[in-house]
Design a binder for this molecule. Sequence first.
Ligand SMILES: [Zn+2]
Length: 241
Amino acid sequence: MRALSAGELLTIWEQGLMQQPVQQALDLLTVACPEISYSQIAQLSIGQRDALLLTLRECTFGSQIQSLATCGKCGEHLELTFDVSDIRTTTPIEPLESCSVQVDSWEIEFRLPNSLDLMMIVSTDSSPSALLERCLLQVREGEEIQPIAQLPNQIAGAVVTQMAKLDPQADVQLNLCCPACSHRWLSTFDIVSFFWSEIHAWAIRTLREIHILASAYGWGEAEILAMSPYRRRLYLEMVGR
Ligand SMILES: [Zn+2]
């Protein structure tokens, strides 16, 4: 993986404005990880993808994360500060070909959900059970192979639990406590939407800076983008902004 240049980030942001989050994540990683093909990235498990996105976020905006949450009980606003390393789990880098779980007399072979599965769910507006069915490879009860669609709910639940265990980075939960009323709850942290909202804010700010410097000095967009943020800031101060 390599860091993205300001110009690349701006291009990905512009292309991603009308895209679904799953596609935005793929586009970011495709440019940042030229050593991995698009189809390999798309077939990484969601946790493996998110581990790469955390690293890219670190390369782009640093390792400290600042986020907001609201207490569901008293409405208090919480400012959260943590490090990328605090939410990084040990996800295997190599994709797992197949996994299996045994529940009573049932043995289920499955693979972990990936970006292609999420894209299919989004594009066809399918239910979460369709996602699970896509990821089941073989269902056996005793010696007999059973139709995937006939998996009992309880066994399906055990498969989902096993999937979460094998791919912990796919579902990051922050353990929060309200300082005002001591209410405790778990809050999902989604690196895709968080990172994308940061990129969006950065892009708007950067375009504004380009507008100010281009108006003041007559420089082109590429020239201004090629400057370090520090040098850009100094010029902005000189033109009084
Ligand atoms: Zn509270």
